[in-house]
Design a protein. Structure first.
Lengths: 180, 154
């Protein structure tokens, strides 16, 4: 018969290892979207529960259905985000008359710093906030900036993990604006 | 009289400022830094020396320190900005409770294991030598010991 003490120690060790594995695996970013896009699929954009950056009013990604949405995850402390902002503002002005919008999602940021950033770079596109960065985890976000292109049917059609450039915008956003 | 009035006026002006200076700051950046996390880096703020987000967070804490806020007030402000995950010790609710439960269970388990081992060893030693813990004396020795003890019996 197995002695109860080694058995208890064994169970405790297994439980601790399982806890460690859970902790490590639950912190890694999901790459499901990337895989689906690589296979040519257009997965439905995940439901994101966000708030407006300035007033804190509740907003959802579903509120923008019917529009071409270029969702840009950013933070005021992120250096590439600063370099990317003027390009996004230019494209927002181009998208707006064609039923599109850039949608900023500020995350893990100090609200005052984020508002200063918007003022400094004269950004006019809507700005939402994911205070703890939990909602955007559904997009597999792990670095900043990251950009997701969502069509009028609410499907993710392209993404960029890292800053976008004009060539990327011309390749992905411009054709989508032509589609009804 | 004029000089006395002027001195009194100066004292009245200086006294509140001096008391304010004595009460402020209530805490320091270093004091707050070791109790909060850099949420993006995933490490305590004190260890995130180079990260831009950590530097912003430090600047925010410094501003709050200079505004004479207490450590708890600053931690509350940080939670309002970043959520609970900014705290180095998470609040005792939901899955976070595991962070408090596991160390307590490990300590309890350790104490139980040591106690069980000690009891088992004692039981084994008792089984090996049942009865007295010292060997019994032979008949002559016992009689001699008894006689010696009687001699010293006052």
């Amino acid at each position: 018969m197995v002695s109860p003490l080694p058995l208890a120690v064994g169970v405790a060790v297994i439980a601790l290892v399982a806890l460690l594995v859970y902790g490590v695996s639950s912190t890694g970013p999901s790459r499901t979207l990337d895989g689906q896009l690589a296979r040519g699929q257009k997965p439905a954009a995940p439901a994101l529960d966000l708030t407006t950056l300035d007033t804190g009013a509740k907003r959802s990604l579903a509120d923008y259905k019917g529009k071409v949405v270029l969702l840009n995850v950013w933070a005021s402390w992120c250096v590439p985000c600063r370099e990317e902002s003027p390009l996004l503002q230019r494209w927002h002005q181009r998208m707006e008359p064609q039923g599109g919008t850039v949608l900023g999602v500020d995350t893990l940021d100090i609200k005052g710093d984020a508002l200063d950033f918007i003022k400094k770079y004269k950004l006019t596109y809507p700005q939402l906030n994911d205070r703890e960065g939990t909602s955007i985890k559904r997009l597999g976000t792990a670095q900043y900036p990251e950009t997701f292109l969502i069509d009028r049917q609410g499907r993710v059609v392209a993404l960029q993990r890292g800053p976008v450039d004009d060539a990327w915008m011309k390749q992905h956003v411009a054709p989508l604006l032509q589609q009804s | 009289v004029k000089r006395v009035c002027l001195t009194a006026l100066l004292l009245l002006l200086i006294a509140p400022a001096a008391s304010l200076a004595a009460a402020c700051p209530k805490t320091s950046l270093a004091d707050v830094e070791d109790e909060v996390m850099c949420p993006v880096c995933g490490v305590p703020l004190g260890l995130a020396t180079e990260a831009p987000q950590a530097n912003r967070e430090r600047a925010f804490i410094q501003r709050e320190v200079e505004a004479c806020k207490s450590k708890q007030q600053i931690k509350n402000e940080l939670v309002a900005q970043f959520g609970d995950r900014v705290l180095a010790l998470p609040p005792q609710k939901g899955f976070n409770f595991v962070a408090y439960l596991v160390p307590a269970l490990v300590v309890l388990g350790g104490v139980a294991a040591v106690t069980a081992v000690a009891l088992r060893r004692r039981r084994r030693s008792d089984e090996r030598s049942p009865g007295a813990s010292t060997p019994a004396l032979a008949g002559d020795d016992a009689a001699r010991l008894e006689a010696d003890l009687e001699r010293y019996d006052l």
